[in-house]
Every structure is written in C-alpha cells, then in structure tokens.
Design a binder for this molecule. Structure first.
Ligand SMILES: Cc1cc2nc3c(=O)[nH]c(=O)nc-3n(C[C@H](O)[C@H](O)[C@H](O)COP(=O)(O)O)c2cc1C
Length: 356
C-alpha cells in the first residue's frame, strides 16, 4: 500500500478527514485546542495524567460541544511507588531554594490522582481511542476497552516496546522519536535516556516489526515532516509542540514565545522537572540542574512535587528560565496561526510533497 492509501485507510477507520492527531499533553490539553483540530478534520487529545475524573468528564463535554468529538484520552501507566531518600531530597530542596521559594519538606509527598478512578472515567466517556504511555494497560482493562468498541493506542519509544504493545492487543502503535517534546514514553524510567531512537530510524523499524497501523510522533511540525513520516511507513502523525503556540492552546505566553525561538540544539532531555526524562527548552535552570555540581533529581513524582514552588513562582513572574517549558526539537517551525489553519496547512503542504 502506498503512503496516501495507508493514510486514507487510517482516516476512514477513525472518522478523520486528514491524518493529523493532536498529541495528548498533560497540563497543555485545552479543550479549545482539541475542538479546533477536530473541526479541521484531525483527532483531538487529552493528556489526563493530572486530572480528577470530574475534570476529565468536563473536558469531554466541552470538546463534544464544539467539534465532531473524535479524540483520544491518554493516561500514564504508573511506575511502582518511588523509593524515598531523605538525604537526596534534602540536597534537591536546598538546590531548588536558590531558584525559587523555600521548598517545604512535605513538597515531595504530593500524590497523583487515583489511576483506577481515571481509567473508569476514560471508559465511561466512550472516546474514539484510549491511549497509554510509559507502559501498557492491564489485560482486564484492555478487554473492557475493546468490548466498549474503543480503540487502544499504545505510545512506545522502541521496537521492543512496540512488539510488546502489539502482543498485548494494541490497535495502533504511536511511535515516539527522541525529538519529542515532553516526557519520553519509555516503559521504564531507567531506559529513557539510554534507548534514544530518532524518528527516522524508529518509524521503518516499528512498521516492519508490527502489523497494526503506526502513528509517528516527535519533531513533526510542518508538511515536510508529515510527508517524510508517511513515506517511512506511518499511517498518520501526531503533533504536540507545533500546536502549542496556537491561540487555542492557551499556554503561558512566555513559554509560547520561547517555543518560537528555540532551535533543535536548544532543547534538552533531563529529569530535573519531574524525575522522569522529558525534553524542554534548555533554560538556565535546566542547564544548572544538569550541571556537574547539581544534586541527582529525586524519582518521579517526588521531583515534580519538589519543583512545584519554583515552577509556580516562575509562572507568576513570567520567568521562562525557571518554567517547565516542554518543547520538541522542531519547536522553531511552529507558528501562532489558529490550530485549524495549522492543521489544514500542514496537510496541504504534505500532500503537495507526496504528489497527491
Ligand atoms: C507539554 C507536553 C505535555 C505532554 N504530555 C504528554 C502526556 O500526558 N501523555 C503522552 O502520552 N505524551 C505527552 N507528551 C508527548 C506528546 O504526546 C508527543 O509525543 C510529543 O509532543 C511529540 O513531539 P513534538 O512535541 O515534537 O510534536 C507531552 C508533550 C508536551 C510537549
């Protein structure tokens, strides 16, 4: 099957008019953004990691009210409870106190919302797809998702993870290259920095290893990236950073501006915000916290709790150097046009390059 036929088959199956998916982005999944991408014929997305069931229900209601309602709801598979290390946390707290307010001893105790309650909220919402990242859903949940007629999209970062996901019943594999903004999808925190695979190598290798459709994500920000991904065997693409400057994304203006001027080598993968490896703008805090004299970050989600006071203050003070400014390597290709326009333009450019 050629690339256009593959993309068309994917679109038909999921009710899309173009093969562009908005990436789920925890903390940056405004309903307005999904609604705009949906109205343009693409798929919306919610990164529900930090949301309580009622917040998930509200998001679904808002997006359905303003769009055809085709979207994926995404959750992180929780890691085992982190090993706490008071001495290490004390060093991180002392380091962070030079970058923001004093960090209370209890800051590392913050716990994420209950995973099983979130899973139930996702099922009840009956979305087009439910997606997993950082691991796989338990088999009994996968059965219930499928029985409800919902597709399971599994995000992976290596060929081995793609095979595991297909064997566990994933309907679609989302292959995330190391260029991606935000957290790496690696199933195990410890392999996230070691197994860094770029999207040019990952797409054909995953396509050859599995039978289900593959969606490419990471560093795709214009028609050239889409045409390349489809040519390499993807059935669709998923785009995150390139939608963050759109007005409908409603992120902090300092973060949006930084995305527009960040070159590929000015992003950096680190654990310094949450304890899990993620790609952000290489701000002054990121450079300092990954420098030789900085303490080792605490594990996820302890580090997220410890950095919360600094991140909060940075937002209030418009200080990009201390913000959690997630960005992929193609950040500077993004524009400030409305999301529907971006979606349509990228697909028109890609079709021109693909000769269709
Ligand atoms: C701000 C932000 C938050 C993200 N949160 C999630 C998330 O909650 N779940 C997930 O599967 N991926 C998450 N990602 C990764 C994206 O889904 C996607 O893989 C990535 O944005 C693709 O790379 P790009 O940003 O270069 O387009 C996030 C990315 C960003 C930029």
């Amino acid at each position: 099957m050629n690339s256009t036929a593959r993309a068309e088959a994917f679109c038909r199956r999921f009710g899309l008019t173009l093969p562009i998916l908005l990436a789920p982005m925890a903390g940056a999944s405004a309903p307005t953004l999904s609604a705009a991408v949906g109205r343009a014929g693409g798929m919306g997305a919610l990164g529900a990691l930090l949301m309580q069931p009622q917040e998930i229900r509200d998001w679904v209601r808002d997006v359905r009210a303003e769009s055809p309602g085709i979207f994926q709801l995404n959750l992180w598979i929780p890691d085992p409870a982190p090993k706490r290390d008071a001495e290490r946390e004390g060093k991180v707290r002392a380091f962070l106190s030079a970058w923001g307010p004093e960090v209370p001893t209890s800051a590392g105790d913050a716990v994420p919302p209950d995973f099983s309650a979130q899973c139930e909220a996702l099922l009840e919402a009956r979305p087009t797809a439910i997606s997993s990242v950082m691991g796989l859903f338990p088999p009994d949940y996968v059965k219930r998702v499928k029985a409800a007629g919902i597709a399971w999209f599994a995000v992976v970062s290596t060929v081995d993870e793609a095979k595991q996901a297909e064997a566990a019943g994933a309907d679609v594999i989302i292959a995330q290259g190391m260029e991606a903004g935000g957290h790496r999808a690696a199933f195990h925190a410890e392999t996230a920095e070691r197994d860094l695979v770029g999207l040019f190598s990952l797409i054909p290798a995953v396509v050859d290893a599995v039978k289900v459709p593959v969606v490419a994500t990471g560093g795709i920000a214009d028609g050239r990236g889409v045409a390349a991904a489809l040519t390499l065997g993807a059935s669709a693409v998923q785009i995150g950073t390139a939608f963050l400057r759109c007005p409908e994304a409603k992120i902090h203006p300092a973060w949006a501006d930084a995305i527009g001027r960040t070159l590929p080598e000015q992003t950096q993968l680190s654990r310094v915000f949450s304890g899990r490896a993620g790609r952000s703008v290489a701000t002054a805090y990121v450079r300092a916290a990954t420098g030789g004299n900085a303490p080792q970050p605490a594990p996820y989600p302890v580090q997220r709790g410890l950095t919360a006071p600094m991140r909060g203050e940075a937002g209030r003070q418009n200080d990009i150097e201390r913000m959690q400014a997630w960005a992929g390597q193609s950040a500077a290709l993004s524009t400030t046009a409305p999301a529907g326009e971006v979606t349509r333009r990228i697909w028109t450019e890609a079709r021109g390059l693909l000769g269709t």
